[in-house]
Design a binder for this molecule. Structure first.
Ligand SMILES: [Zn+2]
Length: 609
């Protein structure tokens, strides 16, 4: 009997694994780069050795690299998109009309040859042999000499040259704060190949998806420039610039340049910035990494760049406690870019005349929601932008405002605006291909953040806290997908959430519940919006006492932990729902927490005359 049972189990397991025979895998990159920067022409030359491991179950006949800087050229796809979208990113255009009647001109269209960005591949070898390649805009397509088999490692050796564009977006030379070099998306970068196939997205606007791996980068640059970025500096005693051990002597080489050698383990990208005029401060997080702050020696900003330092440490502790431990030894906040943008082990942030704390809180939170939990930003930007917005607003509430750090509906306004204006698009839209930038932004940041704040309403606050921690533990240094956060929340809460992911993210259905009728001890509720939800109801009786009720949505197959009186569940198809109370009713309110994004709250309250 036992033997029979064992063979049945073996057979059963075999059938299951045959049905789902592709367990999680991810590709691996190991870059060694050596680049020589000319700070006068903004041109650089580099070599790149890339050891690429194909961990997929597939044989690869081609590979693709991103050549992001090619976007900053007249007539590129990025330029064309700027010229056709109704609400272009203001940083990337010049208004040649009036304030009331704006007419936008693409700044990319106006770039001269010595101002454009480019990345040119001069030679490429696969395992020592020249390989065929060609460039299409921002993507290099490589036809391999011999296919890369599952489990196989190959080495690509490349010689390339680049020109840093006039600063238009994210990276470039001489940004508006006068930072000389903001070096993001600056090197030929292998595109990601995952369970969905290749993600060789052209660089049009946003955003990124990188291959996990290790970087060894040497940058030769004018010795007056201070460099900050991803990675640990390997030769601080030859560099100085605030990186050195102050108890020992710095011995610099005699030439005009210094050679900065960085290594960065287990990251999806490598970014750096450099300026001859950076102040470099460090700040140690208690039981945590060393923070670096690099910012211009400009008396108008110094106060705010000092103020942010202990607060960054506080935020680092908050995220480590509420999501999971920060895994690297350092993090750098660097003045550069054009607003705030997250990178591996660092961020580029502009400004400082006004406080930069909010921006730094947001970008630092991205370390978790992008640089540790590396979802595909182009396809699911709400997963990183939304979750970053969610956790950084909890951190701001707790650290800056002395609040409890609880989710609130304060940030919902933008969402109600796009719903009202009928410009919303489902969050399954590729980030480049939203009709309007505002629909992308509100969708990703606001509606994405609301995914979690509303989840508090659906499965309870403690369950959401546990969900974030489990999501971190199960998917750190991987590429989680929307289904992974949904499944994590389901496993933590025991509540089924397929309907929630579908309705909230994959459709633009909206929520509207109403109190249809109240008579004596009877309440009738009505679902008007297409999206269903569980319902919290607070009833006040004529004797002045109140009672909370919870009506689970039948599709949830469960109930959140609650002190409320749990009523019979409500299915999706029935549009009305009736329940009775033990006492005469004075008033009824749907969702006192306001965390449910009901688009018409005017019908959520009822009072007897
Ligand atoms: Zn962000």
């Amino acid at each position: 009997m036992k033997k029979l049972l064992t063979s049945v189990i073996v057979l059963f397991t075999w059938v299951i694994s045959a049905q789902n025979n592709t367990p999680y895998w991810q590709q691996h990159v190991n870059y060694t780069m050596d680049v020589d920067m000319n700070v006068n022409t903004f041109q650089y030359k580099g070599t790149q050795k890339l050891v690429y491991t194909n961990n997929s179950p597939d044989t690869l006949h081609k590979v693709f690299y991103h050549l992001y800087f090619n976007a900053f050229q007249p007539n590129s796809e990025m330029d064309a998109r700027l010229q056709s979208i109704k609400d272009p990113d203001r940083r990337m255009v010049t208004n040649i009309g009036t304030k009331e009647n704006p007419k936008y001109e693409s700044r990319i269209a106006k770039l001269k040859p010595n101002e454009i960005g480019y990345l040119k591949v001069l030679s490429l070898k696969q395992n020592g042999k020249n390989v065929k390649y060609h460039t299409e805009g921002t993507v290099l397509e490589v036809t391999l000499n011999s296919p890369i088999k599952p489990g196989e490692k190959v080495t690509f050796n490349m010689v390339f040259e680049g020109q840093v564009p006039v600063h238009i977006r994210r990276a470039g030379r001489n940004n508006k704060d006068g930072v000389a070099l903001s070096m993001a998306q600056w090197y030929p970068k292998m595109a990601e190949y995952d369970f969905e196939g290749w993600h060789a997205h052209p660089y049009i606007a946003r955003e990124f998806h990188g291959v996990w791996g290790d970087f060894d980068v040497t940058i030769h640059i004018d010795k007056n420039y201070t460099v900050g970025g991803t990675g640990y500096l390997q030769n601080p005693q030859e560099i100085g610039h605030g990186y050195e051990d102050k108890s020992q002597k710095v011995i610099k080489s005699k030439g005009k340049k210094l050679s900065w050698h960085f290594i960065a383990p287990n990251v999806i990208d490598f970014t750096w910035a450099a300026d001859p005029d950076y102040i470099h401060d460090t700040y140690k997080v208690e039981n945590g990494p060393l923070l670096h702050f690099l910012y211009k020696n400009d008396k108008e900003i110094i106060k705010n760049w000092k103020e942010v330092q202990p607060l960054t440490a506080e935020a680092m502790k908050f995220y480590s406690k509420n999501i999971g431990a920060y895994p690297w030894k350092q993090y750098s906040v660097i003045q550069g870019g054009d607003g705030g943008m997250e990178y591996a082990m660092c961020t580029l942030v502009t400004g400082g005349k006004n406080s930069i704390v909010g921006t730094v809180f947001h970008e630092l939170a991205h370390t978790w929601f992008q640089h540790i939990l590396a979802n595909n930003e182009s396809k699911h930007s709400w997963l990183d932008e939304g979750f970053t917005t969610y956790i950084s607003s909890l951190a701001s509430d707790k650290i800056l405002k002395g609040g409890e750090g609880k989710p609130s509906a304060n940030g919902y306004r933008g969402y109600f605006y796009v719903v009202d204006a009928a410009i919303e698009e489902p969050l399954t839209t590729h980030a480049d291909r939203f009709n309007l930038n505002v629909a992308f932004s509100v969708g990703s940041y606001v509606k994405g953040s609301m995914f979690l704040s509303q989840l508090n309403y659906i499965i309870g606050e403690e369950n959401v806290k546990k969900t974030l921690k489990k999501y971190y533990n199960d998917f750190k240094f991987k590429h989680p997908t929307p289904n992974d956060i949904k499944r994590t929340a389901e496993k933590v809460s025991g509540i089924q959430l397929d309907w929630y992911l579908n309705e909230w993210i994959e459709t633009i259905h909206t929520i509207d519940y109403a109190i249809d009728n109240v008579e004596g001890k009877e309440v009738t509720l009505k679902r008007i919006g297409r999206m269903p939800m569980p319902i919290d109801v607070t009833v006040t009786y004529t004797d002045g006492t109140t009672e909370n009720f919870n009506i689970p949505l039948r599709m949830m197959r469960g109930v959140k932990p609650t002190n409320a009186t749990i009523l019979k569940d409500w299915d999706w198809a029935h549009l009305t729902y009736r329940f009775s109370t033990p006492k005469e009713i004075k008033s009824v309110v749907i969702d006192k927490s306001m965390l449910m994004a009901d688009i018409d709250r005017s019908n959520n309250e009822f009072k007897t005359e």
